[in-house]
Write a protein that binds this ligand. Structure first.
Ligand SMILES: Nc1ncnc2c1ncn2[C@@H]1O[C@H](COP(=O)(O)OP(=O)(O)O)[C@@H](O)[C@H]1O
Ligand SMILES: [Mg+2]
Length: 460
């Protein structure tokens, strides 16, 4: 009897602790990592560092001096030397540590062992990045941060930069319009493209930027942001009127820059500029970001007359993509596919869109349209995105690398609220005035009256 009591006394709390830990691990991985996973992995790392490095082939033979020193002072066996390790810095999602590479090693050697290191130290993933020549940083991620995305609290996003998603190594993925002026976002339907756009619109809403939307799905995705949009086209006819106005605006901006260059023959070199950013702030026109959701709707034609209009629109988009950057006009294009089958000019336009994000796609050809020029592995990674993880995407970056990213969840209503609160920030652009979308005045919420007669089940 006493045995049973002891068993209950000891076993009960242990079982509760185990159950609690398992629950926390599944539902609050960040908390579990800080309380349990992190300390365990740190101990594993500290205790096994030298042997793991040796097993991964990342050690070098000891120098002659070292051999002499070890032999003179101790009777220990002389071991190969692992890379010198910096201090371990814990973060809310993992650990970071720097390694000084031994002579003859390169960062790729460490990166090649990332998978082995992750198993040895019991973490979700290990990423390697170069800090400076000879020093690499190991970023250990404790759990799958893309399962339930929470953006880091401290992100320094500047002007025209929007931290739009989280990368698999727990770093924010920042959409920087000045570094990558135009971007193409591809993905099958329900893959999370509009969610991605939603984050960009709400991220830019608080900045001094003009937002222009072309949403040929009758505006269902972009119309909720009408209060912050400077212009909105909801069908190809409206788009055909809006695009030439944007091209004209771009040409006017070039004229402005040219006028500035010609002020006086003896203008100092540093005051001559070839883009709007060199203009003094008082004269600088506001940047314009053009969002195009479901781009194929602009390309598809039914009649011959439509075809002419389509060709014109494609030409205008190509011109905006080619020359827009210096005039502060940026394109953000979303679509399901973007191949030559869309018609004349489609591939040329695609080539102008530097940034690439590919959500889940239905076939490899679509992934190749987005990521084919970046890396074959990126195409495979995009093809492997499961349907039950909308918002997961593969993003190519400017250095030719790529990473998996996922946007946090943001409801259309919340994004629309953000835009409504920023409605006073819509910049004054006379050319776009005629295209300003109609913003319905929100009705005061009225309690819906209940039914006059309470229904009663028939068989009582
Ligand atoms: N990052 C995300 N996390 C969770 N759910 C998402 C995410 N991105 C999209 N979704 C969900 O997936 C569905 C489709 O997203 P949507 O952006 O409309 O796709 P698309 O525009 O590609 O058709 C929506 O119901 C949305 O709530
Ligand atoms: Mg969509």
């Amino acid at each position: 009897m006493t045995d049973l009591a002891t068993l209950l006394e000891v076993g009960g709390p242990v079982a509760a602790l185990g159950g609690g830990a398992a629950y926390t691990r599944a539902n609050h991985p960040s908390l579990y990592w800080s309380a349990v996973g992190g300390p365990i992995s740190t101990v594993r790392l500290l205790s096994s560092y030298a042997s793991v490095m040796e097993a991964c082939g990342l050690t070098v033979p000891p120098s002659r001096l070292r051999i002499l020193a070890v032999k003179a002072t101790t009777r220990r066996e002389v071991r190969p030397v692992p890379p010198r390790r910096g201090i371990i810095r814990p973060t809310s999602t993992g650990l970071r540590l720097r390694l000084r590479l031994a002579p003859g090693q390169e960062p790729a050697d460490v990166a090649a062992s990332a998978e082995r290191l992750r198993h040895a130290w019991g973490v979700h993933a290990v990423y390697v990045s170069t800090v400076k020549p000879g020093v690499v940083e190991l970023r250990l991620v404790g759990f799958d941060v893309l399962r339930k995305v929470r953006m880091p609290r401290k992100i320094d996003g500047g002007f025209l930069q929007v931290p739009v998603a989280l990368r698999e190594d727990a770093m924010p993925f920042v959409r920087d319009y000045r570094a990558v002026p135009h971007q193409l976002t591809l993905g099958a339907t329900l893959s999370g493209k509009s969610m991605y756009l939603r984050h960009l619109v709400s991220g830019l809403a608080s900045q001094d930027v003009a937002l222009v939307g072309v949403d040929c799905k009758r505006g269902v995705e972009l119309a909720p942001f009408a209060s912050r949009l400077s212009a909105l086209a909801t069908d190809p006819d409206e788009a055909a009127e809006l695009l030439p106005v944007l091209v004209k605006e771009m040409e006017d901006r070039y004229d402005l820059i040219k006028a500035r260059q010609g002020i006086a023959p003896n203008t100092p070199d540093e005051e001559i500029t070839s883009d709007v950013w060199g203009l003094p702030e008082s004269e600088r026109p506001v940047p314009v970001v053009l969002f195009v959701d479901e781009v194929a709707e602009l390309f598809l034609t039914v009649t011959r007359k439509d075809e002419e209009r389509r060709d014109e629109m494609v030409t205008q988009l190509i011109r905006l993509a080619q020359l827009g950057r210096a005039a502060g006009i940026y394109l953000e294009v979303c679509g399901q596919r973007f191949g030559a089958e869309l018609g004349k000019g489609a591939t040329m336009l695609r080539a102008q869109l530097t940034g690439r994000v590919c959500h889940r796609v239905n076939d490899e050809a679509s992934a190749k349209m987005a990521l084919g020029d970046i890396a074959p592995e990126a195409v495979l990674a995009a093809c492997a995105i499961p349907a039950e993880r909308p918002g997961l995407a593969v993003a190519g970056d400017t250095s030719g690398g790529w990473s998996r990213i996922r946007t946090p969840c943001l409801s259309l209503g919340d994004a629309a609220d953000i835009c409504r609160e920023a409605a006073h920030l819509v910049p004054d652009l006379p050319a776009l005035k005629p295209f300003r979308p109609y913003v319905p005045v929100p009705l005061p919420s009225v309690e819906r009256p209940g039914p006059a007669v309470q229904p009663r089940p028939l068989a009582d």
